[in-house]
Design a protein. Structure first.
Length: 188
């Protein structure tokens, strides 16, 4: 009889710590400039020792990147059956993600070269962006449509949203996000 590795308990202490720390970051980002976030402040708010945060994430950038990845996983893309609506939903969701409290700080942290073992933040960010679009494109193809290529969606919808939010260009709102889709797909 060989000894078995202990099973990880979903929802155990590790999951509770992660949830508490993620909540603390989100709350602090909503209350203050995300550039002012520190691991000790996050740990205090989460009710954990700072060494717990350092041990698990290593850096604030890695913590913010983990939170961004988790938030994306919590809101997976779906298909409505209409390419235009799906692209508009994707654009609006992307805009909301970037403009939420701390959204830009989370994005910058994710693509920062200083994320410890996750030095591939740019690739992970692109993977997250394309994963939502892949769902939309696959559903469109399954309906027998010929949707635009992924690169076109990245260039014509995703890139303008990121650019305008990062540089605080006025007028970057839901109307603008929908207009990007209209420009790509044509008038309804």
């Amino acid at each position: 009889m060989s000894p078995e590795a202990p099973a990880r308990r979903p929802g155990g202490r590790s999951a509770r710590v992660r949830a508490a720390v993620h909540l603390a970051v989100t709350e602090l980002a909503a209350q203050t400039d995300p550039a002012q976030l520190t691991i000790p402040a996050v740990a205090e708010r989460a009710g954990v020792n700072p060494t717990t945060v350092y041990r698990r994430w290593g850096t604030l950038q890695a913590l913010l990147a983990d939170l961004a990845t988790q938030q994306e996983a919590d809101a997976p893309a779906t298909s409505s059956g209409d390419l235009r609506i799906d692209l508009e939903d994707y654009a609006i969701r992307t805009l909301a993600d970037l403009t939420r409290p701390g959204g830009i700080a989370f994005f910058r942290a994710e693509v920062s070269p200083d994320v410890g073992e996750r030095r591939d933040g740019l690739r992970e960010c692109l993977r997250r962006c394309t994963a939502g679009l892949d769902v939309v494109l696959e559903a469109s193809r399954a309906r027998g449509e010929a949707p635009p290529p992924l690169e076109c969606l990245l260039d014509r919808i995703v890139a303008p949203l990121y650019f305008r939010v990062v540089f605080s260009v006025p007028g970057t709102d839901g109307t603008y996000a929908r207009a990007l889709v209209t420009d790509l797909c044509g008038a309804p």
